[in-house]
Design a protein. Structure first.
Length: 1233
């Protein structure tokens, strides 16, 4: 038998079709039966198609999902043909099932549909678009398990469709012993189907029933150059034909995809596909809508006899309502189908995950892909429409509405091409991080085939995770004892057991710092380093924490390369549309819930939203749930199904201060004698004042040794239910008893205010006890002693405190010593200040007088003396310093303190004021051009009329500052700011660079904004020539018509940016993310696109002549870079004798490229892979080759004089006596005589 690549044994031919020949095969190393598809030579004759096919094939190989047929390998035969190796499955297609049964029961439809959605969602997750989704490509293993076929092969048919049509007649029909349907081939039935099982061979279906297989039957309507055109619509050629083809009206007639078809199967083709437009996953959603319609009704949404009629119907007609054909169909399912069949792609679902959520709600139960346990979890239907103060869970996701935009933003981070191992979700306390993760993110990851693991609120999250994985591995008949294996091995075992990539959620990571010790933090860093250091991506992590702990987390992870390992997504507060959805969504009919649908009185929701926004009482997310829950209770009490204004205004009293009222009502509901105990226990469940963090406590710690412990326990139960102010659960640290925590952090600030006037002693004991516990946990560090303001609370009641243990005595004495030292230090500071004020009365006039004398007697720089005067003023701590009109050009004034100083009309051009304290300073008409104001405090400062051309405000605090740019002419062009800059109520000034800013038509030639956050920045028509924007975040930025020749955008994030008509000639876009960017009519001539991500980018009429790309550059599915004039440096390319002086190919993949005789003088090849490249006679003088790989390269006659060869490898490189080196011959080079 024939061998392929010495790894596969080729068996009998199964059949032929539009893509190639399919054989049974054997993988020799694993003794595994496989299906091997050898592609037709004409499909892989063009190098650009080969590159595109191999890119997508590699992506498909990475797509390990239970609902997608597995592609094991890609290879090349001895004669240069490409082949695919796929899994071998038994079953039949959905098309055969529909032909046999017609319509399917709704439960069966939803089961099959949910599996299809999960598989397609996984494909979208790795950037794949199917393009030819149809029942023939939906395979049912044992009539139950769905496998989606032929991901990625449609692009070959598209590519072939652009090639000249063959002049010969269609290939002859074939009739193998067992006839075969190959995706892309066409069938004509000659007998009725039988019940015999069908076998899937990774692209072929073998059925014992006699079928005629033909590549181009004369009567079949088809699309593309291989068909005989009779009509043309928007670039799509169609031919007519008789019945029995893809356009046949019979429900059981075969659906056809003509070999070489440009756009897919007419019966399931989206309108944009029919018009020849660029397509994305939404075209697949439309095709799925057609399939769903057919499964429910037994017929496709449109029926026609001719291809062009099909296309017209898809583009212009509206299908009949599903329930008119099938009255038993649920209304919610009809809504889903009709939305999928919308003509406008933007009107369909945003993605497969959003659709999966709708199907889950219709089904009422969820089939979870992950492990045996999760796939059979019994998730109770919600009995209440709102969560009150409890976070959402996976089980309550059916009633979670809103945050669609945040879900898309998270998926962009998770699915980003770099696929970092750590995604950090941050946000303010109470913003809704846990609810968002458990109700939206985790279900979406389940739908894309991830096995889920989660740990919430632990000081040792990785230890808890390891324990959970060990338990899961030990379960079931095939369970195994994982012993004391380290966490990376445990995660790898779990991934192999489930057959999925593992997604790990570590929620509320801030508890690592609030309840953990330094040892816990070091263990966390070591554990994360071990997981990410293995280089294995079988497990990826989501870390959720409050934004005020992000800095601590990053410091804890040091010295890991955090920038390379993480992507951070801040979760924003709920926006008004999200609040509306969160209120009305749970009342919809058709949800899988155990309560009656309900509605709101017209206009009431808008009033509630406005009241919630105007309240400003903390984050809005928990208040929405509390308001909704209380209104629902009031409505239910009345026996109604509509929430009215009377319920809201009279029953609830509006939304103002709702959380405080709920807390006060829960205390007032208790007996008078129990209220003090309730407040005391609630305060014990919080951390120190000023920290809005819950401190979980076991029940015994709350009850203590009080004689009335039973009564206190009853109080705890009432606070837990019915009031839900606290949550009880089992904590691994105290497994023998119940543990309590505050239900929501939004309550903590109010709890900490309780009883301040009457319970000072209790608060003193609480502050002292929690400080002692922290001090002991962290090894009695001085830095953990009580700060002065907290110890003042303790001192006021020192006589009432009973210090029972030696540790308490030592802690108290250490805190008192620190307090006394602080008092002496403050006393000395005050005494020095009085002395300074006395000296100032003499020193400042003396300095001024000396300056006047020096200017008259010697060539002394006046500015130098003026700086000395300013520094003396700052050192003496003088406020209201009078420095109006001072000449301080280029003055080094870093860190000076000039509170409320008058610097009006002063000249501070190019002065260094970084970290200066200029709070309340008057800077009217001050010249600050080019000044460095990084991290400068300018709170309440007046900058009216100040000139700030090129001033840098990165991290500056401008809260309360007066910046009247429209009246005073202040110029902020080129200033930089970030998310920490506070502009008060004013928007960022025009010309400043930062998130959400505007700098239209600004002249920013050579500006340095590398690594800066310019999210949604508007730079229409701006001049950015030679600017440094490397690694900048320009996500969704508007750079329309920008002038950015030779600008550096290396590794910048330009996802979904608008770059229409932009001038990017010679720009450096290596490894930049341009996915979804609009580059219509953009000029990219000579730009470097090495390793760039241009998937889903719009490149209509873009000019790409002489642009540079390599095999890693990701192009839109329907884009041909070679035809566009791009120089694609693919492995094995012939590029000899080319003028490539100063070419930028850093990190490029140039394996086996022939560059012999080419001029690469002063080229940037840092980190490039030139293994086995032919560089004979190449001119590389002055080239930058640091970190490059030239292993096995041919260098005879090459000129490497003055080349930079730091850390360059030359293993087995070939050189000769004529090779010119910048120094000694590098190690590993073989010099031939």
């Amino acid at each position: 038998m024939q061998l392929l690549d010495n790894r596969y044994q080729l068996g009998r031919l199964i059949g032929k079709g539009g893509v190639g020949e399919v054989y049974e095969g054997l993988q020799l190393a694993l003794d595994r039966r496989v299906a091997i598809k050898v592609l037709r030579p004409e499909l892989t004759a063009r190098p650009d198609l080969v590159v595109r096919f191999e890119q997508e094939a590699r992506t498909t190989c990475r797509l390990q999902h239970p609902n997608v047929v597995t592609v094991f390998d890609v290879g090349t035969t001895a004669d240069g043909s490409r082949f695919l190796v796929m899994e071998l499955l038994e079953g039949r297609t959905l098309a055969e099932l529909l032909a046999e049964q017609g319509s399917l029961p709704v439960d069966r439809v939803l089961d099959i549909a949910s599996q299809i959605v999960r598989g397609m969602g996984a494909g979208q997750g790795v950037g794949l678009v199917h393009r030819d989704l149809k029942p023939e490509n939906i395979f049912l293993v044992r009539d139950e398990h769905v496998k989606i076929l032929d991901f990625g092969l449609a692009l070959l048919r598209e590519g072939q469709a652009r090639m000249p049509a063959p002049t010969s007649a269609a290939p002859p029909e074939i009739q193998p012993a067992r006839a075969t349907l190959v995706p892309g081939a066409e069938l004509e039935e000659t007998s009725a189907p039988t019940d015999d099982r069908t076998t899937w061979h990774g692209g072929s279906i073998v059925n014992p029933s006699p079928l005629r297989v033909s590549i181009a039957p004369p009567k079949a309507p088809s699309i593309g150059p291989l068909a005989t055109p009779t009509a043309s619509m928007h670039g799509v050629s169609a031919s007519t034909g008789g019945s029995g083809g893809s356009g046949g009206s019979s429900p059981g007639s075969p659906r056809l995809t003509n070999p070489g078809a440009l756009l897919g199967t007419p019966r399931y083709m989206s309108p944009e596909q029919a018009m020849g437009w660029s397509v994305d996953h939404r075209a697949d959603l439309y095709a799925f809508g057609c399939i769903l319609y057919e499964m429910v009704s037994g017929r496709p949404p449109f029926q026609a006899r001719k291809t062009d009629d099909y296309l017209k119907l898809h583009m212009h007609a509206r299908p009949r309502r599903l329930r008119r054909l099938v009255p038993r169909a649920p209304r919610a399912l009809e809504r889903v189908v009709m939305r999928l069949l919308e003509k406008d792609p933007s009107a369909r679902y945003a993605d497969w995950a959003a659709l999966a959520g709708e199907l889950r709600r219709i089904r009422g139960t969820t089939s979870v892909i992950g492990d045996a346990e999760s796939s059979h979890r019994d998730r109770a239907r919600p009995t209440e429409p709102y969560r009150f103060l409890q976070p959402f869970t996976i089980e309550s996701r059916a009633i979670f509405f809103g945050r669609d935009g945040d879900a898309r933003r998270f998926r962009e981070q998770w699915e980003h091409l770099d696929r970092v191992p750590l995604v950090l979700l941050t946000g303010r306390s109470g913003v809704g991080k846990s609810s968002f993760l458990y109700a939206r993110v985790m279900p979406g990851l389940e739908d894309t085939g991830h096995a889920l693991l989660s740990v919430r609120g632990s000081s040792r999250p990785l230890s808890a995770l390891a324990l959970d994985v060990r338990r899961r591995l030990a379960r079931g008949e095939d369970g195994e004892d994982s012993g004391d294996r380290p966490l990376p091995e445990l995660l790898d075992l779990y991934a192999r057991k489930t057959g999925r990539q593992v997604a790990v959620l570590l929620d509320q990571v801030e508890e690592l710092f609030t309840t953990g010790t330094l040892e816990d933090q070091r263990a966390f860093q070591a554990g994360i380093a071990a997981v990410v250091g293995s280089g294995d991506r079988t497990a990826r992590f989501i870390l959720s924490l409050r934004e005020d702990y992000l800095g601590q987390l990053l410091r804890t992870l040091d010295p890991l390369p955090v920038d390379a390992l993480t992507r951070t997504m801040p979760l924003r507060p709920l926006q008004p549309p999200d609040i509306v959805e969160a209120l009305i969504g749970p009342g919809h009919d058709g949800l899988p819930v155990d309560y009656r649908p309900f509605t709101y009185e017209a206009g009431l929701v808008d009033e509630i939203v406005q009241d919630l926004i105007n309240d400003q009482a903390g984050e809005v997310a928990p208040r929405v749930q509390v308001v909704g829950y209380r209104l629902w209770e009031l409505m239910k009490k009345d026996g109604a199904n509509r929430i009215t204004r009377a319920h809201y205004r009279e029953g609830l009293g509006g939304a103002q201060g709702i959380l405080g009222r709920i807390l006060d009502d829960s205390i007032a509901d208790l007996d008078l004698a129990d209220r003090g105990a309730a407040k005391e226990m609630l305060r014990a469940l919080t951390h120190l004042p000023g920290s809005a963090t819950s401190a979980p406590q076991p029940e015994s710690a709350l009850l203590g040794t009080h004689a009335d412990a039973a009564r206190r326990a009853a109080v705890l139960r009432r606070l837990e239910s019915p009031w839900r102010i606290i949550l009880g659960y089992t904590d691994p640290r105290w497994p023998e008893e119940r543990t309590y925590r505050i239900a929501h952090e939004a309550l903590i600030a109010r709890i900490q205010d309780y009883g301040e006037e009457n319970h000072g002693r209790n608060r003193a004991r609480q502050v002292f006890s929690q400080g002692l516990a922290l001090w002991l946990r962290n090894g009695r560090q001085d830095q953990d002693l009580l700060p002065e303001e907290h110890f003042e609370v303790v001192l006021r009641h020192a006589g009432e405190l009973v210090l029972r243990t030696e540790d308490e005595q030592r802690f108290f004495e250490a805190c008192r010593a620190l307090h006394d030292e602080s008092w002496w230090r403050r006393y000395r500071t005050e005494r020095r200040a009085r002395t300074q004020r006395r000296i100032a009365a003499v020193l400042i006039p003396t300095v001024s007088a000396f300056a006047g004398w020096a200017l008259g007697q010697a060539p002394v720089n006046f500015t130098t003396l003026r700086v000395a005067e300013v520094r003396a003023t700052a050192w003496l701590g003088i406020e209201n310093a009078q420095l109006a009109g001072a000449d301080l050009r280029m003055a080094p004034l870093s860190g000076v303190r000039l509170v409320e100083a008058d610097l009006s009309e002063a000249d501070l051009r190019h002065a260094t004021l970084s970290r200066a304290i200029l709070e309340g300073a008057r800077l009217r008409k001050t010249h600050l051009e080019g000044a460095n104001l990084n991290d400068t405090v300018l709170m309440s400062a007046d900058l009216s009329g100040a000139q700030l051309w090129g001033a840098t405000f990165h991290g500056a605090d401008l809260r309360g500052a007066t910046v009247r740019t429209w009246a005073s002419g202040a110029d902020f062009t080129g200033a930089l700011y970030d998310g920490n800059t506070d502009w008060g109520s004013n928007p960022p000034p025009d010309g400043a660079l930062g998130p959400g800013g505007t700098a239209d038509y600004a002249r920013l030639h050579g500006v340095d904004a590398s690594g800066k956050d310019l999210f949604r920045m508007q730079l229409i028509g701006a001049v950015l020539e030679e600017a440094d924007l490397s690694e900048a975040v320009l996500l969704e930025a508007d750079l329309t018509e920008v002038q950015a020749r030779n600008a550096d955008f290396t590794r910048a994030d330009l996802g979904f940016a608008r770059l229409a008509r932009a001038d990017l000639r010679g720009a450096e876009l290596a490894q930049a993310s341009l996915s979804g960017a609009i580059l219509i009519d953009a000029d990219l001539r000579g730009a470097s696109l090495v390793g760039a991500d241009l998937q889903r980018a719009q490149l209509d009429r873009a000019r790409l002549d002489d642009a540079l790309a390599d095999a890693r550059t990701a192009w839109p599915r329907d884009f041909d870079p070679v035809a566009a004039g791009v120089r694609v440096f693919i492995p094995g390319a012939d590029l000899h004798d080319l003028p490539l002086r100063e070419v930028r190919l850093a990190q490029a993949s140039l394996v086996e490229v022939d560059l012999s005789g080419s001029d690469l003088s002063r080229a940037d090849l840092e980190g490039a892979d030139l293994s086995k490249a032919n560089l004979e006679r190449a001119r590389l003088s002055g080239a930058h080759l640091a970190g490059a790989r030239l292993d096995g390269a041919w260098l005879c006659g090459a000129d490497l004089s003055n080349a930079v060869l730091t850390a360059t490898t030359f293993t087995d490189a070939h050189a000769c006596a004529t090779t010119i080196w910048p120094g000694p011959v590098p190690q590993g080079v073989k010099v031939e005589k």
